[in-house]
Design a protein around this ligand. Sequence first.
Ligand code: ATP
Length: 237
Amino acid sequence: MTTILEVKDLVVAYGKVRAVKGISFTVSEGEVVTLIGTNGAGKTTTLRTISGLLPLTGGSITFQGERIDGMPAHRIVEQGLAHAPEGRRIFPRMTVEENLRLGAYARRDTGVAADLKRVFELFPVLEERRRQAAGTFSGGEQQMLAIGRSLMSRPKLLMLDEPSMGLSPLMMQRIMSTIRELVTDGTTILLVEQNAQAALELAHRGYVLEVGRIVLSDTGQQLLGNEQVRKAYLGED
Ligand code: ATP
């Protein structure tokens, strides 16, 4: 399998405090890789750094064979790396369709209409309410919109930060099954989740982060069965 993303010895600090302390991991084409870990482990910091939203202190980030650390965020999107951030960050006063079209701003090809159709197939509620202001949506619907918007850039790698955060169990199931559909379609995904069970069920491989370091990595299935993981992250005694 071809490696699409390689993060090597990544260090990220807020002032003097190092939130990410030298982590290395890879994502290959067609894979779903998950980063799991408790609050404050450094998962969001890692994604924001890959996206170019935070500067790194050390290490390197290579996407499709090219160094992207140090590149401005908009150029990283243009390279084919999309990020659906934690907390959704949609534009509440814009309509659903306007939000989705913004996701395609960097594209110069003619496939935008087809991709809009595809997002509407994945999330029919977005089509029903395409002219409605996004701010009127429920948390789950906003999450769908955030994922839909990232897909509109037709990414080669989609990074999802806590897609299940704040959702009802039913809505969470729907989001997870949509992610599964994307995977079947061959989308490569880097998934950050606090819900380790859901993430590991979906992922080909996973990395466990603890206070800025990777302490364990294996296939999703192996991690699901790992006693240490079960105790610390899957709520078992
Ligand atoms: P969560 O699920 O809570 O987002 P996380 O694993 O994504 O957790 P990060 O948000 O990356 O963790 O945070 C890693 C560490 O960096 C934490 O100790 C956090 O307090 C610290 N941190 C995060 N953002 C900032 C910031 N803007 N300024 C200073 N410290 C920060």
